[in-house]
Design a protein around this ligand. Structure first.
Ligand SMILES: NC(=O)c1ccc[n+]([C@@H]2O[C@H](COP(=O)([O-])OP(=O)(O)OC[C@H]3O[C@@H](n4cnc5c(N)ncnc54)[C@H](O)[C@@H]3O)[C@@H](O)[C@H]2O)c1
Length: 262
């Protein structure tokens, strides 16, 4: 498929997990990709993998929560590849599980900064350029933890709920400009963020229980996410705007009451 031929894309948090998988997928569909993040070595590995698969990519070291870094990242992509049509604001973090009464404002502020401010800066700086050129697609990475309790910690869930609202409000702020803003809401997926959980489940021999409550009866893969981000990056989603798209095997459609067998 060459749905992204001629497109230039930025992916934050592109040195691992869903960001790397989307970089590989975007490049495979024809986009030139800038992967951004705080650690050059992991970004370099993504670039090497994209190039090994015949794609085009470069890297830019940036903290997605620092405004001057995000502005410089957008400027880098414009100079390096001559344009910017897609921005996947994927960078995000979760916190470790801390009992509710032991949590501090610091935890909550950190979750807000890492997940919401990073998404806002992407909308602001990519949106400004894209609005001027009259087209573009911005994709935010939220979580099914934003919809229901227990898909992450309280601070993480609340922050991702703010990301959902940003997807809707930014889409409306950019109304009439040709720029679309949507969010994907991944379900549990094995990445660096969740590695501890998967390792623990494997050590107990209960790996199969992870994702078992989803109608698909499995956890997600980074390729599951990349399929949807590539769709949102492409014109196949030309009439999709301001949407929250759960990519979660159906878990957000269910009620935790068990399952009636056919
Ligand atoms: N893995 C899951 O089950 C899951 C579920 C729902 C949502 N998500 C979301 O998916 C996104 C990607 O996470 P992942 O699961 O691929 O894990 P990951 O840890 O592999 O990827 C997150 C990436 O973001 C980078 N990052 C974090 N803060 C950054 C910052 N301030 N500036 C630049 N880079 C930064 C990290 O270095 C890392 O490369 C996150 O936003 C996460 O909240 C993950």
């Amino acid at each position: 498929m060459d749905r992204l031929q001629g497109r230039r894309a930025i992916i934050t948090g592109g040195g691992s997990g869903m960001g790397r998988a989307s970089a590989l997928r975007f490049a495979a569909e024809g986009a030139k990709v800038v992967v951004a993040g705080r650690t050059e070595a992991t970004l370099r590995e993504t670039v090497v993998q994209v190039q090994a698969a015949g794609g085009v990519a470069d890297l830019f070291v940036a903290d997605a929560t620092v405004e001057s870094d995000v502005a410089a990242l957008v400027a880098f992509c414009l100079t390096r590849f001559g344009g910017l049509e897609v921005f996947f604001a994927n960078a995000g973090n979760t916190d470790s599980v801390v009992p509710f009464f032991d949590q501090t404002p610091d935890t909550w502020e950190r979750m807000y900064r890492d997940n919401v401010i990073s998404a806002f800066l992407a909308c602001k700086h990519a949106g400004k350029h894209m609005a001027a050129q009259g087209r573009g697609s911005i994709i935010l990475n939220s979580s099914t933890g934003s919809l229901r309790a227990n898909g992450g910690t309280q601070a993480y869930g609340a922050a991702k709920a703010a990301v959902n609202h940003l997807a809707m409000t930014a889409a409306n702020a950019l109304a009439g400009t040709g720029v679309r803003v949507n969010a994907i809401l991944p379900g549990l997926t094995e990445t660096g963020l969740t590695q501890g959980m998967f390792d623990w489940a494997r050590s107990k021999g209960i790996e199969g229980k992870l994702g078992a409550l989803t109608p698909m009866q499995r956890s997600g893969t980074v390729q599951d996410m990349a399929g949807v981000t590539a769709f949102l990056a492409s014109d196949d989603s030309a009439y999709v705007d301001g949407q929250l798209i759960a990519v979660d095997g159906g878990i957000s459609s269910t009620h935790p009451a068990g399952r009636f067998k056919l």
